[in-house]
Structures are given as structure tokens and as C-alpha cells.
Design a protein around this ligand. Structure first.
Ligand code: ADP
Ligand code: MG
Length: 604
């Protein structure tokens, strides 16, 4: 027998699409407050939003009738007919959010319209209206969502820990706050202030306030073409982060979107400027006629479809590139593809190598190996003129694949390899037992550093180097929240960071092997990890990832000239690494066998 589902059941099903976690309920509520013209938002959270999400706005409020009507499915004040979607300028239009949220929580709505004598209060539990009463209230709306998913155990089980959920909630607020500097926002968590964004003039000021040091470094760019106008805050050189999350804030007509067209256009503009695996910080709002973009693609409304995606992409990447150039940012001639990890203009860390480096003793064995043969590549040539090693490696196929453990080297130890020289300031060419062994200097050093960080811990007490004066690092609220509970763990590894006021941390000591690393970047990368790793994961996994991230901050980079001595030191250090334990990550070396060489020179 076929039956029509009851409204309350339908709403609960719809909630699955609109409300995945506290942050998604909060996002919908924030959007409603914006659509209502609010200028002042107070958000109160408890237990990461699991026990309470409350938002108090000073928007237009609702009439007593609307206060119950808004809980009906598909009840909206924002559109009337399907055609209105073409012109929709509000964030909401589906009339789904409030009934969905109310269906899976204990929901309380108090609202008062301009000109009304009194307000009205509606209490709902699991979608069932319990009471509707007159209530004294200021103009505006207050919605409290308690015990989210109390009646959907399957969903509740998927909620992460309080810090993780709180992080998502703060991120949801940040997304709104970045494009609405005119709105005064305060968020408390368990009664304590968690985010404060006072009203300001410009988005740049907001970003500076909310995104810490990264935000302060952003430059303003605006451009327009073909009916598309873009207001952006963009990263100058050297400002980038290890995680894509919380680095690009992309909007279409003021709506935060996760849109591949816009994202790719931004990435394209930064090609060759930002190292691979790093992400520029960008706040970018694309404004175009509502009819040129379909916002009704997904219930959460974070996806859009452009009528002319190609044009949008061209305007964004073209305009951004011009803006970057106007700020004196030169793209190296396709160096990004070659000098992996570091564009040439990126300032090299001004520090000595952490590998022990006694004075330049001539090493007889080494100088023999160092003599450039006629076919040797001279490191002085500009990278773009060098042969593309990556394509060579790809061509030699089987012979160049990362050797599995056990067959890592043709010789017993790295130290047994003879150094031939350095290629493109990125790879070390070596020979052993008639084979060519190519080592990625950055990957290798990262491994060595990781190993040292790991054993730093085992030797009973971490070895750290005190900084002469502590380095202050300011983080976004979400990052600060994620970092705080982990500072103790970091200190066990010689990285001493202490909370210093609201979102600022003082870095007092770094692990000895990381001397010279940029503490600001190190700390914010670690915070990114903690946000992403979530707290649902085992502590060991989080620790391992943090150590790997620290190891990335090792000082030997691609694009750095190494002396023969340094190359030999690196090989010796690699011998300390237990590759059976530490076998993850990028390959450190590739082997090209003698047979492979013979085959390619048609000798075989
Ligand atoms: P939508 O935003 O898609 O219209 P919602 O379910 O989110 O649907 O909200 C339903 C309606 O409730 C809105 O159209 C609006 O009229 C009203 N509403 C919701 N929140 C507020 C608020 N904070 N202030 C004023 N009106 C609100
Ligand atoms: Mg809405």
C-alpha cells in the first residue's frame, strides 16, 4: 500500500539534507538573519552546538502568523513563483531550513515585528508545536535550537567531539562575517566569548581581524568585465597555507559557495606563484546578475551553476592575475612545474642547515665524484632550460618507479652511493652498483627530520631550542580552538607553545631539528591539521600527522643549491631512517637500473 508521508516525517527526512551537524543548522539560521536585514547578531553555543545553538538578531522579525507559518515545509517569504528564482537576491528561498531544524531538535522561536505591540513565542519539539504564546521581546528574532538530533540517534552518533563541532560552527560564522563587515557579530561558547567581530568599514579590516596574520597580509583587488564584478582580498607572495580548508572563501552574490569553477579560476591565477600543496588565502565575491547563475542546485545552497561558466572563470583568473601583477608579483617562467615546492622568488629560509655542517673540508672521494662529466647538467642554468626530469622519470617507466621497501637501494646504505651532482637544485644524482639513483632532496630531508623528531621523543625528553624572545602567533578563532587542547602534546616534542590571550600563542621553544623554521607558518599549519584531523581520531594518529607536518618545515627545500658536502651529509642522515617504519609520503628516491640505461641507449 502506498501512503503519503506525514509532514513531520517529511521534514525529518529533509533535515538529513539541510542539517548535517550543528554548523549547518547555524549556517541556515545566520542566512535567515541576514535576509531579515539584521545588523547585529549574537550567537550562543553550548557543547559545540550539540546542546544549544542560539541566535539573536535585530532583523525585521515576524508577525505572529508567520512565526508558526515559517515552520511549515516550503513556507517562504522570499519567492512566490518559480520564475522568481531567476531574480532571487536573498540567501534563502526554499522554505526548508526552519521546518527541518525544528523536526530534529527542541526548538524555540521568539520574534517581534516592527510596530507590533508584543512578540510571540513558539515552542516546538521534534517538529510538533507545543505552544504559541504572546511574549515580551525586542524587535527581531531569537531562535534557540536545543538537543540537536535528540530524536535521530543515527545522526547524533556521527557528531564529532565538542572542539570539532565548535570549529565548524565558528567557521560558519566566519564565512558570513568575512563578507559582511557591516554586521556586528559575537559568538559565545559555554558562556565565554569565542569570536568577536565588531562592525567595521571594509572587508579587508574584517579579514585582518578574523584571519589573523594571514588576513592582515591580504591585498584588496576589484575588477569587472562582461557584467561580472569581483571584489577580492588576495594573498601576496609568501602568504599561503598548508590546507585548502579555511583558506579560500569564495562567494557568489554574497553567498558562500563550494564551486569548482571559481576555485579552479583562483588556482589558475596563482599557478607558479604558490608552491604545490600550499593554498593562497583568498576572499573573493563574484557579483553577477541573479539570472546568470542558478542557486537552486542543492538543498544546502552551497553549489551554484553558472549560465556561462567559462566567462566567469576567465574574468576571475584574468582579473586576479592582473591584480597580482599590479602588486609586483611576477610569475617565474613555468618554474612552478619544475622546481617543485618553492617558486624562485620565495625567500629561502635564512638559516643554516640543521644537518651538522663542519667547515668545508675537502673530501677527496667526493671531489672525485663531483667532477662534472661532459653530460652533467650545470646547476647554474636557469630551471626552465633544464631537461624535464619528471618526464624522463615517467618515460623510463618500470625502472624509475619508487622502489618498494627492500629494494630501496642497489647498495646497502645511502652512504655507499657516489654523489654525481645536483639537478635543478632539487634532485641529487647518485650512482651505486652501476645504477643511477635519484634522490629528492626535500623529501629526503623531510624524512630525516621526521625520524629525528620521532626519536627526539624516545630519548627521554625532547630536545628543543629556546627562542631568544618568544614569537607571537595570532590565529583565526577556529584554528586557535583546535590548537589549544594540543599544546601539551606539542611540548612533548620540543615545541613549546603557550596560549597568550584570546587567539594568540607564544612560541617559546622549537625542536632542535627545526631551528630556522618559520614558527608562524609552523603553528598555523599544525592548527590546520588539528582542525582537519578532527578529534575523533586516535591521539597517536594525530601525533603522527603533527610530526609529519613539523617535518615539512624542514629547511632543505627544492630550489636550494647544496654543496657536495651537504649532499653526502644528507645521505648519511638517511641511513639513520628506518624506512620500514617510515615508508609513507612521497618517494625519497628512484632507481634507474643499468639495464634500463642500456635499453634506452639501444645498447641492449
Ligand atoms: P527560507 O529562508 O528559504 O525562506 P527558512 O525555512 O529558512 O526558509 O525560513 C522560513 C521563513 O521564515 C523565511 O522565509 C522568513 O520569512 C522567516 N524567517 C526565518 N528566520 C527569520 C529571521 N531570523 N527573521 C525574520 N524572518 C525569519
Ligand atoms: Mg532560510
Amino acid at each position: 500500500m502506498i501512503r503519503i508521508l506525514e509532514d513531520r516525517v517529511v521534514n525529518r527526512i529533509a533535515a538529513g539534507e539541510v542539517v548535517a551537524r550543528p554548523a549547518s543548522a547555524l549556517k541556515e539560521m545566520l542566512e535567515n538573519s541576514l535576509d531579515a536585514g539584521s545588523r547585529d547578531l549574537r550567537v550562543a553555543l553550548r557543547a559545540g552546538g550539540r546542546s544549544l545553538i542560539q541566535i539573536v538578531d535585530d532583523g525585521c522579525g515576524m508577525s505572529a502568523d508567520d512565526a508558526t507559518m515559517c515552520l511549515e515545509r516550503h513556507a517562504t517569504s522570499k519567492i512566490r513563483a518559480f520564475e522568481d528564482l531567476e531574480e532571487v537576491r536573498t540567501l534563502g528561498f526554499r522554505g526548508e531550513a526552519l521546518p527541518s531544524i525544528a523536526a530534529v531538535s527542541r526548538f524555540e522561536l521568539t520574534t517581534r515585528e516592527h510596530g507590533a505591540d508584543a512578540g510571540v513565542r513558539v515552542d516546538v519539539e521534534g517538529g510538533r508545536i507545543l505552544s504559541v504564546e504572546a511574549a515580551g521581546a525586542p524587535v527581531g528574532t531569537r531562535i534557540s535550537v536545543r538537543s540537536l538530533f535528540f530524536n535521530v540517534p543515527a545522526r547524533r552518533k556521527f557528531l564529532r567531539t565538542v572542539p570539532t563541532e565548535l570549529g565548524h560552527c565558528l567557521e560558519a560564522v566566519t564565512r558570513v562575517a568575512l563578507v559582511h563587515p557591516e554586521i556586528d557579530i559575537e559568538v559565545t561558547h559555554n558562556g565565554k566569548s569565542a569570536l568577536r567581530a565588531p562592525r567595521t568599514e571594509a572587508r579587508a579590516q574584517r579579514a585582518a581581524h578574523l584571519l589573523g596574520a594571514h588576513g592582515r597580509a591580504l591585498v584588496t583587488a576589484s575588477f569587472a568585465s562582461a557584467g561580472i564584478s569581483v571584489e577580492a582580498l588576495i594573498s601576496p607572495v609568501g602568504v599561503h597555507r598548508s590546507s585548502s580548508r579555511g583558506s579560500s572563501y569564495l562567494y557568489v552574490n554574497g553567498r558562500f559557495v563550494q564551486d569548482p569553477v571559481v576555485r579552479r579560476a583562483v588556482t589558475e591565477a596563482y599557478r607558479g606563484i604558490v608552491p604545490k600543496g600550499r593554498f593562497p588565502v583568498v576572499v573573493l565575491d563574484v557579483q553577477l546578475a541573479p539570472s546568470a547563475v542558478d542557486v537552486n542546485v542543492h538543498p544546502a545552497k552551497t553549489e551554484v551553476r553558472f549560465r556561462n561558466a567559462r566567462e566567469v572563470a576567465q574574468v576571475i583568473s584574468g582579473g586576479m592575475r592582473e591584480a597580482l601583477e599590479a602588486h609586483g608579483i611576477q610569475r617565474p617562467p613555468d618554474a612552478g612545474a619544475f622546481v617543485r615546492g618553492t617558486p624562485r622568488h620565495h625567500p629561502a629560509p635564512p638559516n643554516p642547515l640543521p644537518l651538522t655542517r663542519p667547515s668545508a673540508l675537502p673530501d677527496p672521494a667526493l671531489s672525485a665524484g663531483w667532477t662534472p662529466s661532459p653530460v652533467a647538467v650545470r646547476p647554474a642554468r636557469p630551471p626552465e632550460a633544464l631537461p624535464r626530469l619528471d618526464s624522463v622519470a615517467a618515460e623510463v617507466g618500470g625502472g624509475a618507479s619508487p622502489a618498494p621497501f627492500g629494494a630501496l637501494l642497489p647498495v646497502p646504505r645511502f652512504a655507499d652511493l657516489r654523489v654525481i651532482g645536483q639537478v635543478a637544485r632539487t634532485y641529487i644524482l647518485t650512482e651505486g652498483a652501476g645504477e643511477l639513483v635519484i634522490i629528492d632532496q626535500h623529501a629526503a630531508h623531510e624524512r630525516v627530520t621526521l625520524h629525528r623528531l620521532q626519536s627526539n621523543q624516545h630519548d627521554g625528553g625532547p630536545v628543543g631550542q629556546r627562542l631568544l624572545s618568544p614569537v607571537m602567533v595570532e590565529l583565526s578563532a577556529a584554528r586557535a580552538r583546535a590548537l589549544e587542547p594540543r599544546v601539551e602534546m606539542l611540548s612533548l616534542h620540543g615545541l613549546e607553545v603557550t596560549p597568550f590571550g584570546d587567539r594568540t600563542f607564544a612560541v617559546k621553544q622549537v625542536p632542535a631539528v627545526l631551528i630556522g623554521a618559520d614558527p608562524t607558518r609552523l603553528i598555523s599549519d599544525l592548527a590546520d591539521d588539528f582542525i582537519e584531523g578532527g578529534s575523533g581520531r586516535p591521539v597517536e594518529a594525530i601525533r603522527e600527522r603533527a610530526l609529519a607536518t613539523m617535518a615539512c618545515h624542514t629547511s632543505i627545500r627544492a630550489g636550494q643549491t647544496l654543496s657536495p658536502y651537504e649532499m653526502r651529509e644528507l645521505l648519511r642522515a638517511l641511513d639513520q631512517v628506518d624506512f620500514s617504519v617510515c615508508a609513507h609520503g612521497r618517494p625519497v628516491c628512484i632507481r634507474v637500473s643499468g639495464t634500463e640505461l642500456e635499453r634506452r641507449f639501444h645498447r641492449a
